[in-house]
Design a protein around this ligand. Sequence first.
Ligand code: HEM
Length: 810
Amino acid sequence: MPNSKAALSSRTDPAHSTRAAARNTDSVPASPGTPAPGDLSAKRTAQTQDLVAAMPANTNKLLEYGRENGLAPPLGLTAEPASRLPTGSTLSESNSNDKVGTVASQGVNATIEPMDRVRVDAAGQVLTTNQGVAIADNQHSLKAGVRGPALLEDFILREKITHFDHERIPERIVHARGSGAHGFFECYEAQTAITKAAPFKQCDKLTPVFVRFSTVAGERGSKDTARDVRGFAVKFYTDEGNWDLVGNNMPVFFIQDAMKFPDLVHAVKPEPHNQMPQAASAHDTFWDFVSLMPESTHMLMWAMSDRGIPRSYRMMQGFGVHTFRLVNDAGDSVFVKFHWQPKLGTHSMVWDEAVKVSGADPDFHRRDLWEAIEAGEYPEWELGLQVFTEAQAEGFSFDVLDATKLVPEELVPVKIVGRMVLNRNPDNFFAETEQVAFCTAHVVPGIDFTNDPLLAGRIHSYVDTQISRLGGPNFHELPINASVAQVHNNQRDGMHRQAIHRGRVAYEPNSLAGGCPFQAGAAQGFVSVARRVDAQESVDKVRAKPEKFADHYSQAKLFFESQTDVERAHIAAAFRFELSKVTVPAIRQRVIAMLRNASEVLAGEVAVGIGMKTLPPPLPSALQIPVIPEVERSKMLSLLARPGDGGIRTRKVAILIADGVDDATVLLVRSALLAAGAVPRLVAPNIGEFVGTSGAILQADASLENEPGFLFDAVVLPGGEAAVQALAADGHTGEFLRDQYRHCKTIMTVGSSIELLGLFDIPGALPDGGADPGLITPAAEEDLVEAVSAFMAALAKHRHPARDRDPPPV
Ligand code: HEM
C-alpha cells in the first residue's frame, strides 16, 4: 500500500460505488452508476434497471374494459433485455458439471436433455396453457356478458387456479428452512486402502455435489438466525450412484435411539395448543423433555454454545455424527467419522446480534450464501476422516454407536482427504433446494452403516417421509435427485412416473429381455459388510441400550471444560436466557439438577442468572461404574481453534456518510477494502446522493434505517465536520455504533468522527483501562494508510472478545 492518502484515492475506480452496490441483494443506491468493464454483477444490476424502466406502465390496462376490448384482447407487453444477464437466476450459471449441465438456451424448453430438459426460458415466447395452447387474454375470466357471471367452461382460469391451489407442497417435518447450492468434491489422494467408494478412488477426481444447509425447528419461512442446530446435507452424485452424507454442524445428537426422535421433535417444535414459539427451543416442552432425557446434556452444551448461532453457513463445520464404516475392495472395513472443515474458519454471532438480525433480515444466511457464490467467492470446506478399527473402538471409554458421543481428535486425529467447493447457485429454489431428497440410506459401495440405533431409524425415515412430501414413490426421478449413474430396475408406475420403459419385461429373472437388467454381483455391486449384524441365535431380541450409553455427562463436561472463558460465559448466558423463558419453575430445577452432573460452575452460574437461590440435588446418575475419560480437555472443541485463513474476503463493512463527509477517506477505505475482497457499503441517513468535502458525489448504498449496524462486520466513520454533525443528530447512528460495540466488532474513526463515540457513550478503552483492539482511532490524517491496514487486520479477527461483557455496558 503506498504511503499516502492522495496516492491511494487517486487510484480509486470511479465505478467502485456500482461494484460495491451490485454485490448485494437487498439495497442499492438511488441511482445505479455505470458498471466497470467485466463486472458482471454491476452489469446485471444496470441492465435490470433498464429492462424494468422500459415498461414504465401497464398500458394494456386501458384496453381491459368494455365489450369491444373484451372481444379483441391485445398482445401482452414485452421488453427485450440488453443481454441474458438480467433474466437469468444466477451469475454462476456457467459453472457446469455432469449433474446440472450447461446454460439454458435462449427461449428453448428442451425437455429431452438430462437436466436442461426441465429448464425453461420464456424469453420472446407467448403465454400458453399447460397443454401448450396460446392464451389470448390473461386478464379476465370468461363471463356471460361484460357484467355477467363467470362460466364453468373457462378451462384457462380453472387450470391456472387449480395449479396455484397446489403450488405448496408439505414442508419438511424437520429442517424445513434451508438453502442449497451446487458444487464439486475433489479428492486429494486416493483412499483405496480403506475404501472403494467412488469419490475417493483417484487423486484429483471430481464428483458433483448438491448441498443443503438448514435449521431444524423452524418452519419454511422462519428466520435464519434462530438458536438451533444447522443441517449440513451433502449429496454426492458419484459415478457409482448417489451417496448422501446427511449431517449437522454439531458432531453429536440429543438422543441415542430413533424411538425417541418423534418425541424430541414434538418437544422442540412450536407447542401444539398455540403454535408458539416459532423456531426457538426456549420454551417449556423442549426443556421438559430434555431434562427428562439426560443423554441430551452433551448436545445441549453444543446447542447453547455459539455454534447454535453461526455467522454464516460458510463458516461452520459439518459432521456425519454417526460412526459409519469404510470398506475396501477386499471387503475389509474400518470405522469412520466424517468432518467438514470450513476454509473461512468457524465464526459465530453473539446472541443479541442474532436476535436483531432475525428481525432486520430473516434471510441473513440465505443471502450470505447466495451473495458469496454470485460474487465468485465460492465457499469451501475440507473433508476430514477419523478412521479407527473395531478393536480400537472396543477399548474406548464410550460407545461409538452412541450418537451423543464424539471421538476426541486427540484420540483419533482427523485426516484431510479432499475439498468441497460450492460454485453454483440453484436456478430455481423450489425445483432444486425444496425438492432435493437426502437420505442416510443412500450409500455407495465402499460406505456402510454401523449398528447405531439412531442411524437405523434414519435409514427408514427419510424415504418414508419423502413419499408424502414429494407426492409418491418416484421423486428419485426429479432432476435434482436423479443419479448421474444409469438407473435400471424393474420398479414401475406410481404417481408422477417419468421414465418411459421400453419392452414388456418388468421382472427378474427373465429370458424375454435377455435377462436384463441383471444383478451386478459382488465385484461391482453393493455388498453389506457381513459383520454389521452380530445377533446370533443365542442372543435375545431386546429393547435395550449398551451399558456405556448410560454415561450422560463425561463428554458434556469435556466440551464445557474445553471452551475459552468467553465461550463458557456465552453458554451460561444461553442457558439463562432459554430457562428464563420456561414458565414452570420445576422444569428449570430439573435442568439445573442435570447440569450439576456436567459442571457445578455452569449450574451455579445459570442458577444465579435465573434467580434460583438453592441448587437442587444433582440428577441421579444412570451409570454403574464411573467412566475414566481418555481426554479431559480438547482444544479443537473450541470455536476459536479454527480462525480460518485470516482474510477479510466477503466481510461486510459499513462506511457511514452524510453531506460534508471526508470523501478522500471514504474512497481510500473503500478502495482498500474492495482490493482485499471485502464488501464495503456506504451507509447514510437515507439512500441518495451525498456531497463530500472536496465536492465528490457519493451514492449511499443503504440507509441507517434499512441496513442497521448489526448487519455489518465492522464500521468506519470517515470524518468531515458537517457529516459528523449530521450523523450525531440522527439517533440511528447511536444504535448503529452501540450495536457494533456491543457485538465486539471493529470500529474505525477518522478525524473528528471520534466525537461520535463519546456522544453515544462508546467506551474508548477496555473496562480494565487497556487498549481496545477493535477500536482504531488514528490521531492524525497522515496515519490513515497505516490505520486502514490495522483496521483490516482487526476485522480479520472477526470480533474482539476482550470487550465482551455480560450485561453489556452500552
Ligand atoms: C432417528 C433420528 C432421526 C430421524 C427419524 C430423522 C428424520 C428426518 C426427516 C423425516 C427429515 C425430513 C426429510 C425430508 O423431508 O426430506 C430429516 C431431515 C434432516 N435430518 Fe434428520 N432425522 C433424525 C436424526 C438426524 C440426525 C442425527 C441428523 C444429523 C446427523 C439429521 C440430519 C438431518 C438433516 C441435515 C436433514 C435435512 C436434509 C435436507 O436438507 O433436506 N437427522 N430428518
